[in-house]
Each structure stands twice: as structure tokens, then as C-alpha cells.
Ligand binder design. Sequence first.
Ligand code: PEP
Ligand code: MG
Length: 546
Amino acid sequence: MELRGSGIGSGIAAGVVLRMPEPLAPASDAPRTAEADTETKRARDALDRVATWLSQRGFAVEGEAQAVLEAQALMARDPAVATDIGQRIEAGANAERAVFEAFASFAQILEDMGGYMAERAADLADIAQRVIAELRGVPAPGVPESDTPYILVAHDLAPADTALLDFAKVHALVTRDGGPTSHTAILARAKSIPAIVGVAGADDIANGTLIVVDAAASTVTVDASPEQVAAALARRDDLLNHASAPVTAGALADGFRVPLLANLGAPEEAAAALALGAEGVGLFRTEFMFLDAPAAPSVEAQQAKYTELLAAFPGKKVVVRCLDAGADKPLRFLTHADEENPALGLRGLRALRAHESILRDQLTALANAQAATDAELWVMAPMVADHDETAYFVGLAKDLGIRLAGVMAEVPSIALVADQVFEVADFVSIGTNDLTQYTLAADRLQGSLAAYQDPWHPAVLRLIKQLGDAGAAAGKPVGVCGEAAADPALAIVLVGLGATTLSMAPAALADVRAALLTVTLGEAQARATRALSGRSAAEARALGSR
Ligand code: PEP
Ligand code: MG
């Protein structure tokens, strides 16, 4: 059987499925029906088993994961927790409810203490979920455990889940939800693992099924035959050979330079990006470092991260984006959980402006890191709508010592007033993921709307052209850092529309570098003109790909 979705990248993988366990239903608050002693013993036994499991896992892993698991094992063994659970059961609660409430009350204490202790509160919720799963005899929620490689099938992945994935084991991702620019897709590109998102039949793929994930064809072959597996593995080897072609600076066939930059989410990703030939960083997503943080990070903590990042790129350009909180990247210290329509809400610069001290701290940390290193730091704000917002951000950034300040073009309005924006911005970077979402009014996370999330749409291309023209008229750079830049055929069209740099997941650099070398600037512009005349995304793609 073959299922279809949106393929991410051009990779291919074959392997056995491991499903992400479903989230647990909340613990019922019905009074216990068993004797207090029996119920208490059941709860304590479950707690013990979880503590032992956590210690054993702690031995098996290294680094930060080990420290987290050992700390969790200690918390699960804390006698105060067991006593509290016992008292709640004595007072009439069932075991699951007592576990839930006891851990929630300890979590509250930690949260009230703030700082490092508050960060551990989420660990307590995680232990409670594990104990409740144990009491129910169902798999614990969260990232599954496996000693052997597998293909992960899930509804979708929360950013916090992805931090725990062991990419030496996870060979591919298949998700029911999510579009080609959802953060699961971005993660898959960053880790260069094949993924298919928005697969309608993903819920029917059982644990243990042998599947082939072909990202270029956007297909998942369920119950793959030995021949299909062998063919997939042969294609994978071909792709690996192609990726090891020599690394050269990004340029067209006539020598016209198009610097190729990397999209990163942590300083630790710098070395791999440099190895793949990144000429700098075109988008550093700062919010990815603070997804779990209960409170705004201090200037010092941020400065250390930014200094580490900049130090990895001496003499090179590094574009850092200020915190882009909201929608599927909520930050506890910046986002309101009860927004009805968060993608259209207090997101990006809007949220930062409403919490200006957080923005000031981030800009100060960046300015300090800029002074301490010799990378060329560019700083930009996400989700900026017009001249007023640009002037606000650029003015504040310069006041706080940032030398080069610009904005992301993600909301269609900014393209319509691009000439005004360039009066104040040093540069513009086009986020085609959001620009497409907002132009087509289609939630980029909804698998059912994935067809709208196509940056080849002529409306999106026309907005990009307006930005390119305005940048050229002002003599200022216009980069593209959305996922569109990672599509080799579209990368050529983007250059033809006026993009001066392209930034992408490092894994995409080799394919884009090779594609750019096949055309001159005149040919790229001719392709762009043809694509602009398309009457649909599909027609624009067909016209602009040759
Ligand atoms: C974009 O919207 O294209 C972008 C690069 O930002 P993000 O994907 O992080 O929203
Ligand atoms: Mg964006």
C-alpha cells in the first residue's frame, strides 16, 4: 500500500515503524473503589518501577540526557512524594489521581521557587505521566525508546519532543499532521533525515510494519517488499555520493555570486554547517534554544550562546533572528496560552514589543557578543508588518549597539510597502514559510491545507519580486531564509527575482549549490519571469523549472 503526503528533502529510508505513543487521557477524579492499602501499594509499585527504569536509562545514555534522567529518578524516589500520594489515597483519591495531584503540587512548589528549580517542574509532570501510564498498563507518552534503528510515526512532534530524539536511531519521520514548513519538517531538514508530513493514513500504520519513506516522491510504502527495500537502500547510497561533491562558494554558471548560508537553531549545529560549506548563517532561530525555559533567559545566559555561535564564524556573516514566539513555538515568558488564533495573534515582533524588556535584553546580549567576536553580526525581527514596526525595531537595535539591523518579510503587507521599509532597514530576509501561509491564508501546520503551502504560488512569487526590486532600488540585500531556498529549482527562480543570498538547512546546500551552477543570471531571470506568469503553483513550477 502506498500513502502520500508532503516529502521533506530528497532522502530515502527503509525500516521498521515505531509509533509515538498517544498522549494519556487525564486521570479521573472519581473516588477510589479499592481499599486504601491496596491502592497505595499499586501506586508505590508503579512509582518504583518508573524510578528503576529512569535509573537504567540514565546509565545507558550520556551528557545532558543522563543528567536529566538521573535527576528524574531521584525525584521519583523522593519519600515526600510517596507520602503525599499515600495521604491523598487515604483521603479517598484513586491511585492515578493521587499521583497526578501529588506531582502537580510539588511542581507548583518548584515553579514558585523560580530559576533552575522552576525548569525542573516539567520533569515532574513527565514522571507523573510515566507513573500513570504504568498504572494503566499502557506505553508511556513521549518519545519512544528503542535500542535499534526505526522510523518514527506520529501525529506530529512538539518541539520539546524533538529535543529528546536520538537521530542515530531515528532514520525517518512520518507524521499525520503538519505541512512542508511545519517545525517537524524544519527539524527533519536540519537533521537531514527523510520525512513525509501530512500523511492522511499515518494513523493506520502499525508498530513493527516495514516501510519505505521516499521524500522526493512524497510516498510511504507500507509493508514494503524485499525488492522495494533493496531499491530504496541503493538510491540512498547514490544520494550520499552526490552529497559528497566538492564544496565551492555559491555562484551561478557566469560567476554571479549567491552566498549560500545555513539556517541553525543552536550554536552546536555550526560545525556541521561549516563542513557542508555554509558561507555563514542566514537565519539563527533563537527561540529554539528557549522552548522549555519557564522564564526569560538572562542577558548573560544569552550572551554565552551568541558568543559561541559567532565565534564559530570568524569574519563571516551571521544573521540572528530575535525571539519568534507564538503559534507552534510558544515561549512561556512571551506567549499567552489562551489566544484563539495564535498565528494571527501576538507573535514575533508584536510579542516582543509588548514585552520590550525581553527584547532589550536580547539585543544587549547580541551587542555584547558582537563586541567579543569578529563575526559580522546582522540582527533581524520576525513577523514585521510595515515601516512603523521596522523603524521601531531598527531604532531600538541601533540604540543598543547593533551595527546591522533588518526585518523578516513574512506578512504580505511588508512587500507592498517594501520601498518604505528599505528607508530604515539595512536588509530584508524573506521568510517564505510564513509569507506563503499568510498570503494564502492557510495554516502552515494543517496537513489538510498542505497544498496551499506552496511557495511556487505566483502570488507569493510576485511579492518576492516586489521585495527584490525594492532592495535593488535601495542598494540593500534581500535574502531568502524560508524553506523555499532549499528547493533547487525554486532557488534559481528566487535569484532571478532578486534574492541576493539563500539560507537553508545545511543538508540542502549541496543540491542548491549544484543547481545554481547550471544557469546564468539572465537564465535565472528568464525562469523567474516565466514562473510569475503561472496561473497556479503547479503551472509556475512547470514554467519556472526549465
Ligand atoms: C519563515 O517563516 O519562512 C521562516 C524562516 O521562519 P520560521 O519558519 O521559523 O517561522
Ligand atoms: Mg517565520
